[in-house]
Structures are given as C-alpha cells and as structure tokens.
Design a protein around this ligand. Structure first.
Ligand code: S3P
Length: 434
C-alpha cells in the first residue's frame, strides 16, 4: 500500500495533457475485437482497467499488439469468440464487466464466466442480466445479482428496453447485444448518459438511430473500424481542473481533452459555482448520432466559489466527477446539494459514504443522504488523512484536497490511481513546479 502526503500548494501553473479516455479505450478494445479486420487504436489508455480489457480480448481470441500508444487489434468477428475453460478476469473494471456480456450473449451455445477483484464482487450485474435474459441469453449470477457470473450465449431476439436507471454501461451492453440479435434493438434512457458506444458504432458502419430518449441499432454482419484516436479523459482532467479552480493564483491549460457534451456535466457545474473554464465544449446534441469524438483545450483559473444544486438529470453527465463537486462544495460559500445520485453507492466504493466520511475527516461539513449529499461550505479544509478504499477516484480526490487544504492531506492507498491515471502524481508535480 502506498501512502503519499499532499502538501498545501502555492499555485498551479502550466500545461497538462490528461491521460487517454478510459471509457473510450474500453470500447475501442471491445469493438476492435468484434471487428473482422484489424483496428488501430491511437492513444490507447495504458492503465490497470484498460489492460484488463485488452487481456480479456486476447482470451476471447483477438490478437493484440501494443507499440507505445498504438494498439492494434485483430479481432474474431462478431460471432466467433474462442471457447474458454477459465473465467475472464475483469479486475476492477466495471465497464468491461457490464459491456462485454452484451457481445458474449450472442455467442450461440458458448458459456463464459466473468469475475474480478473484491470491489467488482459487490457491484450488481442484475441490471444487465434482465435485458440479456429478455433477449434469450442465460445469465447465472451469484445470489442472482453479483459476480462471479456466467453468460451462456444464444440466438438473440431484439427488444425495446426501458432503462430503469440512466446507465451508459447498461445501455451499451444492450446495444452490443443488439448487433448480434435479429432485427432492431432499442434502449430508452430516463436521462442522457455518455454516448461513446453510439458514436463508435456509427463510425464502424452500424446504423444507429436516436430519437429523443430512444437509441436503436440494427444487427450487422461485421464492424468496419480501421482506426480510432482516443481523446484525453475528461474525468481524469476533472481532477486537474478542480486543483486549478481551488488553489488561489492558479492558471492552467488542459490540452487534448474530450469535450463530448455527455461527459462535461462537471465543467458546467464548476462554471455555475464560479470556477473559470474557457474553451470549446461541445453543445448539447439533438437527434442523430455523429461518429466523432470532439477534442479541445481548456484554460482553467481560480475563482471564488458559491454552492449549487445538482439534480438527477445532471447526474449521469457528471457521475464520476460528483466526488469533486463535494470537494468544491467544501470551499464554496453556502450549501451544495447533490440528489438523484443513488448510483454513487454502486461504484468502485460506496462513493456517498466514502466521500462524505473522507471529507468530514479532513474538516469538511457534509451529510450523506440516501441518494446524494449535502455540503455546508466552510471556505476551506483543514486536512488530515484519507483512505482510498481501493477506489482510484477517492485517492485522487484526497490528493487535490491536500493541495487546497491548510495543513495537507495524507492519502493511504494512493496506488489505486493506477486504475485510470497512472501518471497522476507526475502530471500534478509538473503543474506545481510551473
Ligand atoms: C461508464 C459509465 C458510468 C461511469 C463509469 C464508466 C462507461 O457508469 O460511472 O465509470 O464507460 O460507460 P454507469 O453508466 O453504470 O453509471
């Protein structure tokens, strides 16, 4: 276990390029393995989660070569995964665990077991089991809802599925199953969530149709993808942005970050709170699905913050950044309220409990609710010690809290950052020297 002390920072200056997008890297690896012709993925994220995905694709029969940031995947095609007599190890990667079964569900007559680490074993899979069973696959889960679980593929029928909670992972799972089902499969979202799967499928030649909350895919014989370039990860960039906004005198440039509207809810929340972010963010999309991911540069500066309210429809657009909203709330004037975010309890840790308890131990004034939290801004944080609970985003939250605190923060379990952002300490170090 790595322990690291993050001391109060004087200011942050300079330019930083966030690591490659984790969500898009997972999808590039999976769609690459589903394709019949080789797919080149530029700027693939090399982190624990996305390495789990490359290894899973290798196990299923894809040939994967890695040459620096270029990953080349020679896939199996849509219906030809290899038989396996061992479980597929998803490690800590919830996205891999929830997306991959969509593809496996269409592998007629073949069974696959998926398992992962201790955190994965408490994350529900009933949310994907329900639609996949409705399509004809057989899913056997531990206690009917947890990993390890088995997916037995079948000839799938198409469905229209009303998502009970907004989840890009569940949406993507059903869309991937739709590729290998007969006919057209529709997912109806209660609120917009990240749309990387829809965009990448469009780029791969699939007919993806969006009409309001409904996304429809029609089954195909093959995916044709040639090359994908992964943008910087807005969720990783959010930690750098939060540091820039919180530490007085800071002025940083974040370059090459994804600016997809479905990922920039946090940026809009920060601006509402008084933080300064200048740059070209994508506008809210209408109907229709483009095949590209927008990339942009952002200028970030310190600004005095005021509290805000984040409602349920904004939650999926900032889901992984809500811990940072809690941190910003500690430094803001007035109250910050997040509601409709019960999903946070089902992430790498119970992020309502771990964030509220963690920041309270640093001198914050936060209250957990069933579906979110209330933060009473006190203008700052004293500092102290926070444990990551093996959750990458909690480890990085502790680090940023330390830079902005009065006495510094010691993070135990800092190595969890390797899951999504292996160069986190190095990148922040560069900005602290600037
Ligand atoms: C992800 C979707 C989100 C997010 C997760 C990655 C994805 O989960 O929290 O880190 O890549 O689709 P849900 O869609 O289940 O909320």
């Amino acid at each position: 276990m790595t322990t690291m002390k993050w001391s109060p920072a004087k200011r942050l200056r300079g330019t930083v390029r966030p690591p490659a997008d984790k969500s898009i890297s997972h999808r590039a690896a999976i769609l690459g393995a589903m394709a019949a012709e080789p797919v080149r993925v530029r700027n693939y994220l090399h982190a624990e989660d996305t390495t789990s995905t490359l290894n899973a694709m290798r196990a299923l029969g894809a040939l994967v070569t890695v040459d620096g940031d270029l990953v080349t995947i020679r896939g199996t095609g849509l219906r030809n995964t290899t038989d396996l007599d061992q479980p597929i190890d998803v490690g800590n990667a919830g996205t891999l665990m929830r997306l991959l079964p969509g593809w496996l569900a269409g592998q007629e007559g073949r069974s696959y077991i998926l398992d992962g680490d201790a955190s994965i074993r408490r994350r529900p899979v009933d949310r994907i089991a329900e639609p996949l069973r409705a399509m004809g696959a057989v899913i056997d889960a531990t206690d009917d809802r947890l990993p390890p679980f088995t997916v037995t593929g079948a000839r799938l029928r198409s469905i229209t599925y009303d998502l009970p909670v907004a989840s890009a992972q569940v949406k993507s799972c059903v869309l991937l199953a739709g590729l290998v089902a007969e006919g057209a499969t529709t997912v109806v979202e209660p609120a917009p969530s990240r749309d990387h799967t829809e965009r990448m499928l469009t780029a791969a030649g699939v007919t993806v149709h969006r009409a309001g909350p409904a996304v429809t895919v029609t089954s195909v014989d093959e995916l044709v993808l040639e090359e994908i370039t992964v943008p910087g990860d807005p969720s990783s960039a959010a930690f750098l942005i939060a540091a820039g906004v919180l530490v007085p005198g800071s002025r940083i440039q974040v370059v090459g970050s994804g600016t997809n509207w479905t990922r920039t809810g946090f940026h809009r929340i920060v601006e509402r709170m008084g933080g300064i972010i200048v740059g070209d963010l994508e506008e809210a999309p209408g109907d229709g699905v483009v095949g590209e991911e927008p990339i942009g540069d952002l200028d970030v500066a310190y600004g005095p913050l005021v509290g805000t309210t984040v409602e349920a429809d904004e939650v999926p657009l900032a889901i992984d950044e809500l811990p940072l909203v809690a941190l910003l709330g500690c430094f803001a004037e007035g109250e910050t309220l997040v509601r409709g975010a019960h999903e946070l309890r089902l992430k790498e840790s119970d992020r309502i409990a771990t964030v509220v308890d963690g920041l309270n131990a640093l001198g914050g004034d936060l209250e957990a609710t069933e579906d979110g939290f209330l933060v009473r801004g006190t203008g700052g944080l004293r500092g102290g010690t926070i444990d990551s609970h093996g959750d990458h985003r909690l480890a990085m939250l502790g680090a940023i809290a330390g830079l902005a605190s009065r006495e510094g923060v010691t993070v135990t379990g800092m190595e969890a950052a390797e899951v999504s952002y292996p160069t986190f300490a190095q990148d922040l170090g560069g900005l602290l020297k600037g």
